[in-house]
Write a protein that binds this ligand. Structure first.
Ligand SMILES: [Cu+2]
Length: 368
């Protein structure tokens, strides 16, 4: 048997790449000394080093402009749709989503023939408020039938599975409509068959429903802190992480792992977070082929809200959570009592880490 990593290295050589290697040419120590070094300036990957114990790390830069999306920007670019009032005083929130085939760069020099929502992987992070009426205009410009299947509460007609009108042929379109409930950290994905193929090609995204404080008087403060646009919410640093992977040789095994698609993006360019502000992560696991994923935070512990559907934590003071396929949840933590520095996060499946799913928080006193 050839190992996956061996296949990967062989494939890259065959592709004329050289994108992934165990090198210690560039100096610093993302793995072994990650509390001590300053962050790299954006775009200056040479100042981040991964050398001390020969860590596996991609080398070079993925072209975000060609891709049309950037994993860092994706952390916070919520898609809130267009908002109108209906005659009966409700909020109608409309989203426009297209399916398109698109080759994307998932690691330096490594292209993947993706099927995308709105030309990006993951698709837009849709965000609504509990009780909104949701309308999603979906147009399929792709080469295969696709759908939008939302994890949420809705009618059978809106479920986006084969045999329903929401399964859309190439060139077709469909409008999904339902109420935003329950509040939580959900996802949407294509539900055509074979499901694992349609998902792993890139057809997934986060679907966040913020709680309506008026409906939760017993935890109204917490609900307000989760509701985008409130002063309480502005007191948090929120981000969405979609943990995904890519099977680049189509053997139903993944070669690259990431958060927001680009391998090692947050290891090479850490995520700056203010020491003074608590952090909330909407974490969605869309791995195919591997049943279990996880998230481990270094040097700190967090509270976890499984599926995000409660206003009190379902797990308190943990430094690791596991997620099965399509599982998701909300993490809350603070570095207020830490010294500034680089703090690592990664799944504790170390193979995933070495193949791209590892990042750093750069805890700073001030955002420059
Ligand atoms: Cu599909």
């Amino acid at each position: 048997m050839v190992s996956r990593r061996g296949l990967l290295a062989g494939g890259l050589v065959a592709a004329g790449g050289g994108a992934l290697l165990a090198t210690n040419a560039s100096g610093q120590t993302a793995h072994s000394d990650h509390g001590a070094k300053p962050a790299a300036a954006p775009g200056d990957s040479a100042t981040i080093s991964h050398g001390a114990h020969g860590s596996m790390m991609t080398v070079g830069e993925v072209n975000s402009e060609t891709n049309g999306f950037d994993p860092h920007e994706m952390l916070t670019d919520w898609e809130t749709g267009t908002v109108e009032r209906t005659a009966d005083g409700r909020t109608l929130r409309t989203f426009e989503i297209t399916a398109e085939d698109k080759d994307i760069e998932i690691a330096p020099g490594v292209m993947f023939p993706a099927w995308t929502y709105n030309g990006r992987v993951p698709g837009p992070a849709l965000r609504a408020k509990e009780g909104d009426r949701i309308r999603v205009n979906f147009k399929n410009y792709g080469s295969h039938p696709h759908s939008l299947h939302f994890h949420g509460i809705h009618s059978a007609r809106m479920d986006g599975i084969p045999g329903t009108p929401g399964m859309v042929d190439p060139g077709g379109e469909f409008t999904y409509e339902f109420d935003a409930k329950p509040f939580g950290c959900h996802l949407y994905h294509c539900h055509n068959v074979p499901l694992r193929r349609h998902m792993h090609k890139g057809m997934y995204g986060a679907f966040i429903i913020d709680p309506d404080p008026d409906r939760h008087p017993e935890h109204a403060d917490v609900a307000r802190s989760r509701l985008l646009g409130t002063p309480e919410n502005a007191g948090w640093q929120e981000m969405v992480m979609v943990s995904n992977a890519f099977d680049t040789n189509f053997d139903e095994d993944n070669e690259f792992y990431a958060v927001n698609t680009v391998a090692h993006a947050f290891a090479k360019k850490p995520i700056k977070i203010l020491r003074s502000k608590p952090v909330r992560i909407y974490l969605v696991n869309v791995l195919e082929f591997d049943p279990i994923n996880s998230f481990h935070l270094h040097a700190n512990f967090f509270n976890y809200f499984n599926q995000g559907t409660t206003l009190t934590p379902t797990l308190q003071t943990v430094d690791l959570i596991t997620q099965c396929q399509a599982e998701r949840g909300i993490l809350e933590f603070t570095f207020a009592e830490h010294e500034p520095g680089l703090y690592m996060f990664h799944p504790h499946q170390t193979e995933f880490t070495e193949l791209g799913w590892m990042g750093m928080f750069d805890v700073v006193e001030k955002l420059s």
